[in-house]
Design a protein around this ligand. Sequence first.
Ligand SMILES: NC(=O)c1ccc[n+]([C@@H]2O[C@H](COP(=O)([O-])OP(=O)(O)OC[C@H]3O[C@@H](n4cnc5c(N)ncnc54)[C@H](OP(=O)(O)O)[C@@H]3O)[C@@H](O)[C@H]2O)c1
Length: 254
Amino acid sequence: MPESSVKSVLITGASGGFGLEFAKQMEPAGYRLILHGRDKARLQMTLNALKHPDRHRLVQSDLNARHGLSELISSVENEPLAGLVNNAGFGIWGSFEQTGIVPQIDVIKTDLKAPIALAHALLPTLLRHNGFIINVSSLAGEYPLPYMSTYAAAKAGLTYWSEALRIELAGRMRIVTLAPGPSPTGFRNISGMPHSTGSFFRTPIPVIIHAGLLRLEKGGGYCIPGWRHKLLFAMQKTVPRRIGLGLIAGNMRH
Ligand SMILES: NC(=O)c1ccc[n+]([C@@H]2O[C@H](COP(=O)([O-])OP(=O)(O)OC[C@H]3O[C@@H](n4cnc5c(N)ncnc54)[C@H](OP(=O)(O)O)[C@@H]3O)[C@@H](O)[C@H]2O)c1
């Protein structure tokens, strides 16, 4: 592919976990990947894991810092963007009462505000390049989650916004709302959630990302990857809430 026809894809949170896997699975399509994160060393490891590191680019910015979002937006100003993968995110495990308000608001900034702001700023370019958006939400957005209440609220917001946008832009842009359950990324260590919680539903990272990209190929939509996550979703939708909430609280409390 001649260099001038190469289109770019911005992947937020590309320094590990799902972001790294998105990079690996999207590179063969010929995109120039703009790999975003905060940790330079780990971003460099993502770049080193790719087949054509020279084609791609790293961008560092903290989505919770005062100018982090605007710096990221201006850094891709001149890119022929055909894709935005809103993947960066984190959660905090613990009681609402005993968790500081600053990190909880930061969850909302990174997991909900940033994807919406990025999509809005980059929409004209994405539309011009017949592009797409993948919003990495969570099954946490399908059910209240005691001891991770703010995270679930942010992901519920992300899912609702992403699905509404998908319908608004139908026929003009493909949008995927990816809603995984537990998976072995760095997420648990950062959130502080005990490793045993929800372990039966844990699904390999490549399976999740492959399912999301397949959904994109098929024109976009809501995607619950793998049979374990589909089972979890079915339970969320069928177990009466008065029972389900108690079960989840017991499991999450530890
Ligand atoms: N793993 C799961 O069980 C699971 C399940 C459902 C949904 N998800 C969602 O999947 C997405 C990816 O998470 P992951 O599981 O791959 O976890 P991860 O391995 O911890 O990766 C999270 C990524 O987000 C970036 N990030 C976090 N806060 C940021 C901030 N303030 N500014 C810029 N970048 C930030 C991190 O960058 P640095 O490391 O450079 O700071 C990292 O690259 C998240 O949206 C998460 O909510 C995860």
